[in-house]
Design a protein around this ligand. Structure first.
Ligand code: COA
Length: 220
């Protein structure tokens, strides 16, 4: 009886999550999230993304044809899809927790979305099409996936990656792939939990800086 009373009196905290297409007005938040991801990956010294550099490349093509960003938002009010995008209807989810979430960056990531809902940006995923000759089908390559620290382990990373997988299926694409740093064991566990195959036999090859310039200028 005492246990039942205790369980019944446990306060439940309810929040609403939404995954929607980013718009140019999200660039300041996207830039901050990219820098947080770079810091997390200990690669901040390689991160030069500015709002100007991002704005000049993102949103130049219709969604899914090139670089595409999904934004994850959290609100204490339900999201209403009064203005659905013709190419992507936002995905929403209700979350319940025993403990409240303490978001120290709430003001920095505050966003008033198209529906007039007061929300906070909690994460993002950036992806673009690639192509597999073997499958003879396009796929999506995920460049970045990030959920802000206080929102982790609540199913939100899964919500973002699943949104990209669902879009790939909808478009008849063959696969979704990405890379992960070998020390990022938490992300690897997350990806394995998602059912992803973490390929041990593949290595990333990259031409950058001088090597890129040397070969790029070889025929000039
Ligand atoms: C990786 C990341 C996107 C996962 O997002 P998330 O919202 O925390 O993950 P979810 O809550 O959706 O996790 C789903 C399941 O994956 C597994 N999982 C996720 N994070 C885990 C962790 N830290 N340790 C072990 N398992 C984990 C769990 O099985 C989890 O389900 P459960 O919480 O019910 O046990 C997030 O932790 C993050 O942004 N990390 C920092 C940046 C990063 O590593 N990005 C990926 C770069 S490749």
């Amino acid at each position: 009886m005492a246990t039942e009373l205790l369980l019944d009196s446990t306060p439940m905290h309810r929040l609403f999550a939404s995954v929607r297409l980013a718009t140019p007005s999200d660039v300041p938040h996207i830039q901050k999230l990219i820098h947080q991801l770079a810091e997390f990956e200990r690669l901040a010294h390689h991160c030069s993304a500015t709002e100007v550099s991002l704005s000049s490349i993102l949103f130049n093509s219709p969604p899914f044809q090139s670089f595409t960003v999904f934004i994850l938002e959290i609100s204490s009010n339900p999201f209403q899809s009064t203005l659905p995008h013709p190419l992507f209807s936002p995905i929403t989810q209700t979350l319940t927790f025993n403990l409240p979430i303490h978001d120290t960056e709430k003001e920095t990531f505050r966003s008033i979305n198209d529906d007039g809902i007061d929300a906070v940006v909690a994460g993002f995923i950036l992806f673009f099409p690639n192509y597999s000759t073997f499958l003879s089908k396009p796929g999506f390559y995920v460049e970045d996936l990030f959920v802000r620290k206080c929102y982790r382990r609540k199913g939100l990373g899964k919500m973002l990656l699943s949104a990209v997988a669902a879009q790939a299926v909808k478009m008849g694409y063959g696969r979704v792939e990405w890379t992960v740093l070998d020390w990022n064991v938490n992300a690897i566990k997350f990806y394995e939990e998602m059912g992803a195959n973490v390929l041990q036999e593949r290595r990333i090859c990259r031409l950058t800086d001088e090597a890129l310039q040397t070969h790029g200028n070889a025929n000039n």
